[in-house]
Ligand binder design. Sequence first.
Ligand SMILES: *[C@@H]1O[C@H](CO)[C@@H](O)[C@H](O)[C@H]1NC(C)=O
Ligand SMILES: *[C@@H]1O[C@H](CO)[C@@H](O)[C@H](O)[C@H]1NC(C)=O
Ligand SMILES: *[C@@H]1O[C@H](CO)[C@@H](O)[C@H](O)[C@H]1NC(C)=O
Length: 321
Amino acid sequence: MYNHHILYLTILILCLFNFIASATPNCPVEADPTTILSCVAIDAVGLVQATKGNIRGFCTMAERFMECLKTKTRGCFGEDFVRGSLSELIELSQKCCVNKEEKVNEECPFITKPNCFSLTDMAKTSMGTEILIKDLKIGDQVLAIDYNDQIVSTEIISFLHYENNSQTFFYTFTTETGHHISLTSDHLIFIGNGTYIQARYVNPKLHNLYVIGNNGHLQSSSIRSIDVQLKQGYATPITQYGTLIVNNVSSSCYSSIYHHNLGHMAMAPLRLVHHAKQIFGIVNKNEIPKNGIHWYPKALNNFLHMLGPLANIFTTTMGQI
Ligand SMILES: *[C@@H]1O[C@H](CO)[C@@H](O)[C@H](O)[C@H]1NC(C)=O
Ligand SMILES: *[C@@H]1O[C@H](CO)[C@@H](O)[C@H](O)[C@H]1NC(C)=O
Ligand SMILES: *[C@@H]1O[C@H](CO)[C@@H](O)[C@H](O)[C@H]1NC(C)=O
């Protein structure tokens, strides 16, 4: 039961982070933030069943949970976003929530582990110089893109994952402009108009990447080739905007998740902690990233996987990490 309490808290925090800050006068969450809690509380039984492998009970629960959340967040600023995630949830639970005899649909998505940038690719500092991903540290000022797809200077606030000793497969994209970027298969990349998709779904016939052109502005470029390469070392630095310019190409910082915005919302607590550290002047700029996955995304992933198939709606990790 201890774990479930933490889970409720996590969901609650994620919800409140998004809604409290942006609530409008008609938003019931603003009047009483505990309204969200009632959604989470109604289905404790279903949740416990789910962790014991009762997928059916769980699927009913997921549906009710989402319905409740939808009702309670009516009139809130984040409503459209919640709705967007809900239609996705319904579609995916159709694939993942199946009868006991049936096998889970092939399209019910899963993939093994969190994935990242190559350590040998370059970020760009706010001074315009290049810095290896390997050498980035918390507190470094780097270029990224903001919520309006404009280039901004921002700060590295954390590393979600860092490994300098392991090898992994990367998709290396080469654009017509001659830029190249390597990302693991689940990593989200920017394809314009506020949209990010996982590297493995990029289709050169349909998608363009966005690069910093000679005039210093973002420009779209078609993709010349995609190669799969085995490389040593990977890292997931995250910035205030959840994006990063790597080898002059715009990318998300997030992977193993379907929606950039959802990843960004889920990492809000890390931004808050970093902000608090800034206020108290305790950001350690000399801290070298250690190998391993940050405890927070790891805990979030593992709590999600306690829910069984619901986890697959948000993340492409196959289970506990
Ligand atoms: C990985 O990083 C550690 C600590 O920073 C360092 O001691 C080690 O030599 C690095 N290994 C590789 C293969 O670069
Ligand atoms: C960008 O996305 C918005 C909302 O998703 C859409 O309405 C608009 O048509 C898109 N613009 C382009 C140029 O694709
Ligand atoms: C990024 O663009 C700048 C300016 O065009 C160029 O000097 C630099 O080599 C590029 N960096 C990479 C890693 O492609």
